[in-house]
Design a protein around this ligand. Structure first.
Ligand code: PRP
Ligand code: MG
Length: 210
């Protein structure tokens, strides 16, 4: 039988999803000791590749992989409403507007907002009728208000540790974020029994883990 190819978002999603894959009975030995490897085929049923979030969608849309595991933040930012077969409970978090304690969200001047998510930020401020300048940052966005690059940030908060350890506060809660298992529609038809079995076992594992 042909292997099902899974694109897994590396980093935080990977850390949360690997235990889930194991609980679903998938051999993740390679992922546990990965060093610089990018393809994992320890489990004879699957080939798991590690990529950045937006690239999960590129591989999936192109049909190079059948399944993607990716945060809803990436799907929403790219307005890429993929066919999500499963919403996972692991990795639930939220978008927030955050800054240093002296930030005044009511101030009338045009604010500068730093973020990795310009579209989500644009939509949020449009929704509250405010025009802001957005500066796109690739990571460690929390630095921007501390170093004077921006007035505030729009970013994801999970445990709140990053905000706390950098003396930042939440000024508004935006939409929640979760991890989704998305499937290429054509692949779903082609590999239906295998994909359905995988989704069912991931769902069981996810319910056991929370
Ligand atoms: C994410 C996010 C926050 C942090 C939130 O960053 O951008 O900075 O995690 O998690 P916490 O509330 O549990 O601290 P990540 O570590 O993925 O790195 P990056 O922003 O540099 O890409
Ligand atoms: Mg960060």
């Amino acid at each position: 039988m042909e292997r099902i190819k899974i694109a897994l978002t590396k980093g935080r999603t990977e850390d949360q999803v690997v235990p889930l894959l194991e609980a679903a009975g998938i051999n993740c030995e390679g992922l546990r000791n990965k060093q610089r490897r990018l393809i994992f085929d320890e489990d004879p049923r699957y080939e798991i590749i590690l990529v950045k979030g937006p690239d999960v969608l590129t591989y999936l849309n192109n049909g190079s992989v059948q399944i993607g595991i990716v945060g809803s933040d990436i799907l929403t930012e790219q307005e890429n409403f993929q066919y999500a077969m499963l919403d996972l409970d692991v990795g639930r978090c939220r978008f927030v507007l955050a800054s240093t304690k002296d930030f005044n969200p009511q101030a009338h001047r045009r604010k500068i907002i730093a973020t990795k998510y310009p579209n989500i930020t644009k939509r949020y401020f449009k929704g509250i009728g405010e025009d802001v300048e957005i500066i796109r940052i690739e990571g460690s966005v929390e630095l921007a208000p501390l170093i004077g690059l921006a007035d505030a940030i729009v970013d994801i908060v999970e445990t709140g540790n990053t905000l706390r350890e950098n003396n930042l506060q939440i000024f508004a809660k935006l939409q929640p974020v979760n991890t989704k298992v998305v499937v290429n529609r054509l692949a779903l038809r082609q590999y239906q029994p295998q994909i359905k079995a995988l989704i069912a076992s991931l769902q069981r594992a996810d319910q056991q883990m929370v």
